[in-house]
Design a protein around this ligand. Structure first.
Ligand code: LIP
Length: 266
């Protein structure tokens, strides 16, 4: 199947999953448990939506592999592996805040070739296939051409570990007086898609998992953005964690240098 075919399958599955997410966002009766820390939640909807996505993808392509935030892990034999975040931005989802999203990427032999991010509460669907550009709700999108850090609107996010957050706060304190402003949406996939469509000039975040960035990074790069790491490592989908930087080409070097100066580590 071509990258466009994989994107279209992801689009159909993520659209159905996004409707489930929208129907339960902010519901008072969500069953919530925690993962890495007391502030790292998972709901029964994360698990149900992951199961729905995996069964739909494997019904269409039974030999594929899957990797999901909520535990799906199957190697597959076709060379295609789906990387799934059933609800990226689970805290936003719990509170009913737009930005919580369904993120699905397809990697072929470790390279992401298709990505879809559905943000149902904003009514945004971002999609990309490698070499074919990126769209929001079917319309082509491009990143901004901002080059001046002082005029750059920069998104970021914070992990769940308090020790990590202390370090992230120090980096943020270094950045804040040197950029236009900072935004914290609560979902990495949306930050990357917002770089893609010009709602942010740049984005960085420490220690993202592949399911957080795989789909959004392809959307951003297909919209003309540079997506990399602070330490300039490559971005295979199998990388367990990565500190991601994304922006239009003119801003990328200055933003990465600023993060280096702020003590952000690869
Ligand atoms: C979220 C990320 C976000 C980060 C949050 C959280 P989750 O993913 O997308 O960028 O700042 O702390 O990790 O856990 O909601 O799928």
């Amino acid at each position: 199947m071509t990258p466009a075919g994989l994107r279209d399958l992801a689009l159909a599955v993520a659209t159905e999953a996004g409707a489930r997410v929208a129907a339960r966002a902010g519901a008072a009766d969500l069953r919530i448990t925690t993962k890495s820390t007391a502030t790292d939640p998972v709901t029964e909807v994360d698990q149900e939506v992951e199961a729905l996505i995996v069964s739909s993808l494997l019904a269409a392509r039974p030999d594929d592999g899957v990797l999901g935030e909520e535990g799906a892990d199957r190697p597959g034999t076709s060379g295609v592996r789906w990387i799934i975040d059933p609800i990226d931005g689970t805290v936003d989802f719990m509170y009913g805040i737009p930005g919580c999203n369904v993120s699905i990427a397809a990697a072929v032999d470790g390279t992401v070739v298709a990505g879809v991010v559905v943000d149902p509460l904003h009514g945004d669907t971002f999609a990309a296939a490698r070499g074919e550009g990126a769209t929001r709700n079917g319309h082509p999108i491009r990143c901004t051409g901002v080059a001046d850090l002082g005029l750059a609107l920069v998104g970021t996010g914070f992990g769940y570990d308090p020790v990590e957050r202390t370090r992230q706060a120090a980096v943020l304190a270094h950045l804040l007086p040197r950029v236009r402003d900072i935004r914290r949406v609560g979902a990495a996939a949306i930050d990357l898609c917002w770089v893609a469509c010009g709602r942010l000039d740049g984005y960085y975040e420490r220690n993202l998992k592949a399911w957080d960035w795989a789909a959004g990074a392809l959307v951003a790069s297909e919209a003309g953005a540079v997506v990399g790491t602070v330490g300039d490592r490559p971005l295979p989908a199998s990388l367990p964690e990565a500190t991601i930087v994304a922006s239009g080409p003119a801003l990328f070097g200055p933003l990465r240098d600023l993060l280096d100066a702020a003590g952000e580590l690869p």
